[in-house]
Design a protein around this ligand. Structure first.
Ligand SMILES: C[S@@+](CC[C@H](N)C(=O)[O-])C[C@H]1O[C@@H](n2cnc3c(N)ncnc32)[C@H](O)[C@@H]1O
Length: 203
């Protein structure tokens, strides 16, 4: 799969992380919709969980605190992974993957892929490939769960890019059944009414 057709490459993201005030997407905490979702997951089943484009990975920190042992954090920018490793030193280092999402080809599939402000970080032309790669990384009946902006960012020339549920549906319906695909009821205040909570099951 091609990975070299985006202007928003590793160097671009490294610069954004290194520039004060350029990480406005970073909530600084796990978002309430994902927190609520993780709270009802069965720790005893120890699912294999992937968080791609994880950035500083507050989701992984929360899952680690809950006792989930098979959580993989993937990002191609070193800065946020280093920040995460410093903040959560007990998280297994082998589960920090410095890698391009589109190049991931793990030996075993995941049960769950978590989406948090990653699709919106990609060049919009990569969205069909994102849906395809999420499906490829999941086992049959595995789930893609998370949040997608359901709003347009007028005039945006760089991430995050907005979108609409109709647009997203066209990418995901090829590979997934829609378990939940609706406006989140428990968003952070700044995102209230402007994001979808999605729970999609691989066909
Ligand atoms: C908008 S940030 C979101 C980070 C985090 N999920 C959050 O909500 O704070 C997008 C992240 O995706 C990473 N990223 C972008 N394209 C990527 C790719 N092709 N492979 C891996 N990581 C990527 C960037 O380095 C950045 O950390």
């Amino acid at each position: 799969m091609r990975t070299d057709f985006s202007a928003f490459d590793c160097a671009y993201w490294q610069t954004r992380y290194a520039t004060p005030g350029r990480d406005g997407w970073d909530a600084g905490r796990i978002t309430p919709p994902l927190q609520a979702y993780f709270d009802q997951l069965a720790v005893a089943q120890q699912p294999r969980i992937l968080i791609p484009g994880a950035g500083r990975a507050y989701e992984a920190e929360y899952l680690h605190q809950l006792g989930f042992e098979h959580v993989v954090v993937a990002d191609f920018a070193p800065e946020p992974l280093a920040a995460f490793a410093a903040r959560v030193p007990s998280f297994p280092k082998e589960n920090l993957w410095l890698a391009d999402f589109f190049a991931l080809a793990p030996a075993a599939p995941f049960d769950l892929v978590v989406e948090q402000t990653f699709l919106s970080a990609l060049d919009p032309s990569q969205r069909p490939a994102y849906a395809q790669q999420c499906a490829a990384l999941l086992r049959p009946a595995g789930r893609l769960v998370g949040l997608l902006f359901d709003t347009a960012f007028a005039g945006a020339t760089e991430p995050p890019f907005g979108g609409s549920r109709e647009e997203y549906r066209s990418y995901f319906e090829l590979y997934f059944q829609f378990i939940h695909f609706d406006t989140a009821y428990n968003s952070l205040p700044a995102r209230a009414g402007r994001e979808l909570f999605i729970c999609l099951q691989k066909k």
